[in-house]
Design a protein around this ligand. Structure first.
Ligand code: ADP
Length: 256
């Protein structure tokens, strides 16, 4: 009974998701169709003024629709992981470089990475994507500016809980934080609080999937009005082979 209840809840969630996506996509199509229609009328009337504006609107909507389907496809495909020994310091530096171009002036970016970290066993593309997603979310959470800190450190071993050696990668911001009702849902695919066209709600669910498949964990500490820290724990090459089921990721709220 328990299992079938969970299954039906899942089906309901999937229904809501596809409904939401279809709704967003339809809005984008409506924008395109409306603009094209206005253009046709103008042309029929022999008026070329304002055509540019309709063209821009149609193009903008089409680009947002394309971006949405791209991210959907990437999510559906979920490329198989190719775990390799990775130099996390180098990867974080290159991601930070990328991110720095996308930051407003009032957001300060800092890297905190000690020398001599062990190599991590993970898929490099997916790790880059994960950090990029976290950093972009951190930026979006600080519309009035703040600090974005990307750091890495050896994870403190939890005897008897996690076997092997792990590395902790965290992305911290001093942004708006998340209320409990948001925190509860952030790992669900397609859950977003961002305006239509700006958020797909796939970032954190991908980070979650990546951590789980890599044999790591992801954990969120968030305080409304104070900020958010999202910590990824990944196995180093000195850990046992990547466990198939992985360690269950844990989400929790509050500091500490
Ligand atoms: P998206 O960024 O497209 O909305 P995500 O899955 O990455 O999708 O995030 C889901 C939601 O989690 C966001 O819409 C936002 O409400 C919340 N969130 C994620 N990261 C942060 C953060 N650093 N600070 C505050 N809220 C966040």
């Amino acid at each position: 009974a328990e299992a079938s209840l969970r299954q039906s809840q899942k089906m309901e969630a999937v229904g809501q998701l596809t409904g939401g996506i279809a709704h967003d996509f339809n809005n984008m199509l409506t924008g395109i169709i409306g603009s094209l229609d206005m253009m046709r009328r103008r042309i029929a009337d022999g008026r070329m003024d304002g055509i540019d504006r309709y063209l821009d609107t149609a193009l903008g909507s089409a680009e947002r629709a394309a971006a949405l389907t791209h991210r959907l496809l990437a999510f559906a495909r979920r490329q198989p992981l190719d775990p390799q020994p990775l130099d996390v310091a180098a990867i974080l530096q290159s991601v930070a470089q990328l991110v720095s171009h996308a930051l407003p002036e009032n957001v300060r970016l800092r890297l905190d990475i000690p020398d001599g970290l062990p190599l991590v066993l993970a898929d490099s593309n997916q790790l880059e994507n994960a950090i990029l997603n976290l950093a972009v979310n951190a930026r979006d959470a600080m519309p009035d500016g703040g600090d974005l800190v990307i750091s890495a450190a050896r994870a403190v071993p939890l005897e008897g809980v996690i076997a092997g050696e792990f590395l902790l990668i965290s992305v911290a911001d001093t942004g708006q934080g998340m209320p409990p009702e948001v925190l509860e849902k952030v790992f669900e695919p397609f859950f977003t609080t961002k305006p239509i066209g700006q958020g797909t709600g796939l970032g954190l669910s991908m980070v979650y999937g990546f951590a789980q498949q890599s044999g790591g964990t992801v954990r969120i500490d968030s305080q409304p009005g104070a900020g958010t820290t999202i910590a990824l724990t990944l196995p180093t090459t000195r850990s046992a082979p990547v466990p198939q089921s992985g360690v269950q990721p844990a989400a929790r709220k509050g500091a500490g």
